[in-house]
Design a protein around this ligand. Sequence first.
Ligand code: PFF
Length: 445
Amino acid sequence: MKIARFSRVGFILAAAGSAVGLGNIWKFPYIAGEYGGGAFVLVYLLTVLLIGFSIMIAEMLIGYLGRKDTVTSFEELAPSHKEKWKFAGFQGLAGLFIMIFYSVVIGWIFNYIVTSITSLPATVKEAETTFSAMLHTDALTQIFYHTTAFIWITYVLTKGIKGGIEKMNFFLMPALMLILGGMFLYATTLDTFSQAVTFMFAPDWSKINSNAFVVAVGHAFFTLSLGMGAIMTYSASMEKDSSLVKNAFWVVFLDTTIAIVAGLMLFTFLYEYGSGPAQGPGLVFISLPAAFYELGTLGNLFAVMFFVALAFAGLTSSVSLVEPMVQYFIDRFGWSRLKASIAMGTFFWFFGLFAIFSNIDGYKEFLTWGGKSFFDWVDYVTAAIMLPLGGLVMAVFVGFVMEKERVETLMRPQLKWAFDAWYFSLRYITPVAMFIVILSLLGIL
Ligand code: PFF
């Protein structure tokens, strides 16, 4: 059987497409805003460098050597206790769970693309009312766009690694970079740009507490797509003799650059026309449209372009969130790609309906437990528990379980003197950091 492989650039674009998502453009700016900017950004950058980069290489390594779905890769690479280690591969399930709310958010973005063509809210208050009306009362619109996202994502998955995933990333990633790059350049011409730079890079240590630290570490994981088998599954289709270190570098570099560019651009617009950076999760759906309103027709254009870029970022991440389980059913159960893609798509579409109704008045009472809606629960369980746990398991697996000789043979020539530092990070720094994150997100620390 001929195995489809990514081209070299195709792999980097697809893995970067996975990493660059709603996390970069929607979440990063608002959490950076909430935690006061500079110091938080610095902690996040350090985490990306010290932990994210190591885990990225480790995850690529498991996929590259395993060459199969996540479950089979762990099973094959474990020198003993294969039966037990295969369960580590079920981290792929996290992606499918994330899709339950991720697809709904992409639906909101589609809706905002369409409405921004003709109208933008004149004030933040008006923007708030519009967003809240969609979220709490308009199930039909949300279902319509959530279904649109489901069809798009499932269709791409049915087309496979080359004709679907690689091709989509080949078009959408450069388009996304062009749009954000263009808007960023415009932002640099505004007076408030320097204010945004100061906010993002001048550290105010008084704003940093242990909570900010945990959020920064958790976000570094989420934004790099680590801990749930997405990068691992893509790496199974990496070209032979690829440099994992170079690939990992490019993915980390693109992901971080795009987050910072998006943050600077958004903060500049919010300083110039809106109400400053600390806006919470409503930042792109509430404060930003109101800020664009001040620009007149150009504002409509900017809003549409921005939401298109956001949709592209979300869609390229989505396929990577579902692909691990698609691959699992293909490899382990002999399903056709068509069947596996439709089955997985239907799963997140169906539970996505519950995520929608868990915010709708009159229904949300039945879908809320312990003060969290179903939507929030899925977000919490995946981000707080599953991703860090996946990271922990991977670090331990490569650091302690796999034969060191095997790891070293492949990685020392690529990492050279840095090999020992990388190995040390996997064995000691990363597991401890992950453990602290999990405990504190569970409220134990
Ligand atoms: N990295 C994506 C983002 O920043 O939005 C989200 C994500 C994709 C997380 C794929 C995990 C994953 F495996």
